[in-house]
Design a protein around this ligand. Sequence first.
Ligand SMILES: NC(=O)c1ccc[n+]([C@@H]2O[C@H](COP(=O)([O-])OP(=O)(O)OC[C@H]3O[C@@H](n4cnc5c(N)ncnc54)[C@H](OP(=O)(O)O)[C@@H]3O)[C@@H](O)[C@H]2O)c1
Length: 251
Amino acid sequence: MNFSNKNILVTGASSGIGYSLVKKLAAEKCNLALAARREEILDELAGQLKNTGSKIIAFPCDVTIKEEVKRTIDEIVNQFGSIDLAILNSGVSTRSPINFYNSDDAKKIFDVNVIGLVNCLEALLPYYIKNRKGIIAGVSSLADGRGFPKSGFYCASKAAASLILESVRIELAEHNVKVITVKPGFVKTPMTGKNDFKMPFLMDVEKAAQIIMDGIKKEKRIIQFPLPTVLGAKILKMLPDSIFDLIAKRT
Ligand SMILES: NC(=O)c1ccc[n+]([C@@H]2O[C@H](COP(=O)([O-])OP(=O)(O)OC[C@H]3O[C@@H](n4cnc5c(N)ncnc54)[C@H](OP(=O)(O)O)[C@@H]3O)[C@@H](O)[C@H]2O)c1
């Protein structure tokens, strides 16, 4: 996909990976719809990028609220005419150690990372199926393959996201719509800034955004990075449970 003149939605555009993606996409002269809850940050970002030649509109939107998501997507289609690329990137993380085990935390994570994704897909699918073209890129994680200690809620939410994306990818192919699953390893953003553990191969957010842009351009099925974390995740997934338990406990 060539981004120039395309109508592009980025959710979670107010911070981290989404924010960096917006800055890079704006340089490609496209029509950008930015969505997140913090409207003031979106407005400020749109203002910063006003001389890029891209049309940028900010939409305050909480992805956990179905009606708000539908209204936002309808409004974007109303203003731009269509959506060619939807980057569904909104996400939250939390630690879930057994001594602070709390279903409220699980609900919050699933509401954004799973139901938020589904709310976006529900609102987008009729447009994509009707147009018979375009790309949906959902941001999952390399944490989707195993239940890492103290991160069970996050890993489970990303496993659900990856499977949901995989399932619609196969169905949408016959409608000429591509679905891309983005699986980053650790990226330096406000989300990981609060982590108090060692994050192997932590990547700069600008580099991560560039890899995602390049992968979308090539219309890859899966965009996953960095390579050492991709290989590590694949090996951990294949290991017998007894060996995974030993490694996970030690690290
Ligand atoms: N950073 C990493 O190492 C890493 C690794 C793998 C996967 N990921 C995934 O990459 C995506 C982006 O993460 P990030 O690291 O860039 O995190 P971040 O800096 O914390 O940004 C998260 C974004 O999601 C938005 N968001 C959160 N709750 C929302 C809601 N209810 N409705 C709408 N938007 C909401 C936030 O905007 P508002 O608060 O303004 O709503 C923000 O723009 C997430 O899906 C994350 O799980 C990140």
